[in-house]
Design a protein around this ligand. Structure first.
Ligand code: MGP
Length: 218
């Protein structure tokens, strides 16, 4: 089995293993340690396989792997999936709120954009950085708009991508809007979570802005 087939097999095994019985949550009991810890949102992990030819439809590359709604489900999924460093070139992982597809076309992404940083050398601890990004997103520490005074539908982060590319591993934070006042603190927080220097720049661009227009850096 090739490395690429092994990754596909692990992804599909996890899809089958997903969801056993529903357990009581921590809100029901503060003493019973078998209870589960719900997340504020459900998140879906997607695997995007490398295109095998130039004519392949983007939609055919996407596989919905697993949806997690609790801390325990998150670790169950994370511990059974290939690490980013084991993925084939030109593949991606994406983790999105379960009501948003990881596509520009989704109505919740269409007016938004993404903060991006690409590690151009192969010395960065990519697996640790991706885990940091995942925890920052599901735990709500990445989304500086996620405080109790902000309505859920006004929160900015829809999801995150990691792209495995020859030029280097690229991390992307997809946002709902292009409102820079709200997005600048998220960009700065993103820099902290991926542990780049303050002088390194992360770049924001809108999904509909084209290649070079309207790029903002922090
Ligand atoms: P990419 O993964 O964002 O960048 O998109 P990459 O691989 O570095 O390549 P480049 O083209 O930006 O230099 C790769 C390709 O995947 C795009 O050109 C699209 O064909 C397709 N694609 C990626 N995304 C995130 C989408 C999407 O949301 N919708 C559609 N329709 N196609 C997408």
């Amino acid at each position: 089995m090739s490395a690429e087939e092994q990754v596909a097999q692990q992804v599909s095994d996890l899809k089958i293993a997903d969801k056993e019985e529903v357990s009581p949550t921590v809100f029901k009991s503060t003493e019973d340690f078998s209870v589960i810890h719900p997340l504020t949102d459900s998140w879906t992990l997607w695997y995007i396989k490398p295109p095998s030819g130039s004519k392949e439809d983007w939609k055919d590359l996407l596989t919905e792997v697993v949806t997690v709604s609790s801390v325990e489900e998150f670790w169950g999924a994370y511990n059974n999936l290939p690490k980013v460093s084991e993925l084939p070139l030109r593949s991606d992982y994406a983790l999105f709120k379960s009501n948003v597809r990881p596509e520009w076309e989704d109505v919740k992404n269409a007016s938004g954009g993404k903060w991006v940083y690409q590690f151009r050398d192969n010395k960065a601890p990519i697996d640790d950085i991706w885990l940091n990004v995942l925890l920052g997103v599901i735990g709500g520490t990445m989304d500086t708009t996620q405080d109790p005074s902000v309505a859920r539908e006004d929160q900015e982060i829809n999801g995150v991508f990691v792209n495995v590319r020859r030029a280097g591993i690229r991390f992307n934070i997809w946002t709902k809007s292009k409102d820079l006042e709200k997005l600048r603190p998220i960009g700065l927080r993103f820099k902290e979570l991926i542990k780049v220097k303050a002088t390194d720049e992360v770049e924001f661009s809108g999904h509909s802005d084209g290649k070079s227009k309207n790029k903002i850096v922090v």
